[in-house]
Design a protein around this ligand. Sequence first.
Ligand code: MG
Length: 300
Amino acid sequence: MKLLSFKFDGQVKFGPKVKKEEAVWDVLAIQETLQVLPSFPSTIIEGISLGFDFVEQTRKLVDAAQKSENADQYKHTFKEIEWLSPIPRTPKNIMCIGKNYNEHAKEMGADAAPEHLMVFTKSPTAIAADEATLPVHANKTSMLDYEGELAVVIGKRGKEIPKGMAYDYVFGYTIGNDLTARDLQSKHKQFFLGKSLEGTCPLGPYLVSKDEIPDPHVLSVVTKVNGEVRQNGSTKDMMFSVAELISTLSQHVTLEPGDVILTGTPAGVGKGMTPPTFLNAGDEVKISIEGIGTLTNRFA
Ligand code: MG
């Protein structure tokens, strides 16, 4: 199921994409009007904490709407809504993995990917939506760079999760752009400031439940800047697998529903180009991951 979060009539809502239509089912409106279920989550984080039951409950609501008198009243076309990040606000900082692809580690000046997970975080205030126009922050950085990444969304609270159980804790996947102010990343002796400027964590467009992506290590990741292919990688080349990321992170921090893990970026970032080429106002970045869709942002 492809879920999205959106604003309609000033309200934050969520729902599944209508199959073969550029529209979303307003499941909160279906439940409110038709009272299909004894109860239904009011936020997407509450929903994903129910695991696959959330997908099944959502399907029941859509079925009921389709059988009702006027199914169209429960749909909003994409033109009528304001897109939000599928997870509008994570419960804690977004957890990010650095140098998880060998070729990217090399273009950043390292000999190879690190032996142990390289972890840093981004502030949840950096989260932005698909199709949003994002600031280049010209007064703070002259080196804003893109990083197309598979994002894992946690669906179940857990700590010290064994690798073999890791996928039980995944709700699904989305696309992230780990936008980075390279100059701030090196000026201060940590990554937090260079990774947390407002708008530097667009996520979306969809949160795809894990039943649609049985193996997250067979997906192509393609980033285009103004139509030019810059990154053309595959999640098969991750040094540490999604299961390893979840297991290792959860040894130290309790994972919660709605937490997002950015799994690292393949080679082809602007810093690795000759000469290094950073984002400017007017640029458009499109990141496509198989089975999820395309995350599009323009810069101003
Ligand atoms: Mg990254």
